[in-house]
Design a protein around this ligand. Structure first.
Ligand code: SAM
Length: 315
């Protein structure tokens, strides 16, 4: 327990799928002026060095987000022109912003808390009382994130707790009602899946969250690996959303596998595919992902296979 460090995986294909989807969902939710409660149950360190020892050792970012630099020049092989998919261009523009407008080689990768904070701090959200609540249990990672938070503007709208994010989510929902505004919440559940009980914990936390706030938007990242808990998770989430009469979307991205996982690597090391499951997805999400994923699959392929899928129900 607690050996997982996301710094080895930051910017890998799983992060790319997760953060492109996160950005697309939040852009849609932020079109409305009402304040949002954003919750990240497993926040990580917030920001990662792509030239740091952990990223260099795993080489996952090199095979992931770094291939997308310059609109896909990093992929080496000739790529089709990037589709005019706003969602992808938005993601690349955000990465460029974190690295500085003149940077040719990206060295910084924003994790989910940094992405959420960047969006709620944009001029278009000025005067909107969005709030960001973060949970991170690992003492060292929590400390890294706390240090970053100290330098963020408007940090009083951000709350970081060193606590179990599954249990902590219960106290967050339903979000308080802002004066005459509907309750609006977005929750990212992105555990390390370091322990097999994480799969059941995701289910339980999501079921409890839906019971407390049926209209919240819930996004769960999951690895696609040959473990019984991992295989069953998307189907169990579909049943859960169905029982609650909620729309859902499930997207997967498979980049194929050519390399063996590092010795001692966790579930993300050597992983060929991952998925995002969104409950109450914005109606624009499926179309955005269907435009983005074929290009991403080609840009990130490891040469032997690339596949993607977007399924939805009730959206
Ligand atoms: N969401 C982050 C992002 O996209 O940038 C990555 C998060 S990483 C996959 C999972 C994080 O959860 C790790 O930093 C780990 O220390 C932390 N963690 C593990 N168990 C936890 C728990 N029960 N509650 C909160 N955080 C936990």
């Amino acid at each position: 327990m607690f050996s997982y460090r996301h710094a080895f995986h930051a910017g890998n294909h799983g992060d790319v799928l997760k953060h492109v989807t996160l950005l697309a969902v939040l852009r849609h939710l932020m079109r409305k002026p009402g304040p949002l409660l954003l919750v990240d149950t497993h926040a990580g360190a917030g920001r990662y060095r792509l030239d740091g020892a952990q990223a260099v050792k795993s080489a996952e970012a090199a095979a992931g987000v770094l291939r997308l630099q310059g609109g896909g020049h990093g992929a080496g092989a000739a790529l089709p022109r990037m589709p005019a998919a706003h969602i992808l261009q938005d993601y690349l523009a955000l990465l460029q912003r974190f690295n500085g407008p003149a940077a040719n080689a990206w060295t910084v990768y924003p994790g989910s808390p940094a992405i959420m904070h960047a969006l709620m701090s944009e001029p278009g959200r000025a005067g909107v009382a969005d709030r960001l609540h973060l949970f991170e249990w690992h003492p060292t990672v929590h400390e890294l994130l706390a240090r970053q938070l100290a330098s963020w503007p408007d940090a009083r709208r951000v709350l970081l707790r060193r606590a179990d994010g599954f249990a902590g989510l219960r106290g967050e929902l339903p979000p308080p009602r802002a004066a005459s505004q509907p309750r609006r919440a977005f929750v990212l559940i992105d555990p390390a899946y370091e322990v097999k009980t994480d799969y059941d914990a995701v289910l339980q936390a999501t079921a409890d969250a839906l019971a407390r706030c049926a209209t919240g938007v819930y996004m769960i990242w999951h690895p696609v690996v040959a473990q019984p808990g991992a295989v069953a998770l998307p189907r169990r989430l579909q049943s859960l959303a169905g029982r609650a009469d909620r729309a859902w979307l499930h997207a997967t991205l498979d980049v194929g596998r050519t390399t063996a996982p590092r010795a001692g690597a966790d579930v993300r090391g050597g992983m060929a595919a991952s998925g995002v499951f969104v409950i109450n997805p914005p109606y624009t999400l499926a179309e955005g992902l269907r435009a983005a994923l074929p290009w991403l699959a080609q840009a990130l392929t490891r040469g032997n296979a690339e596949r993607w899928q977007v399924e939805q129900h009730g959206a």
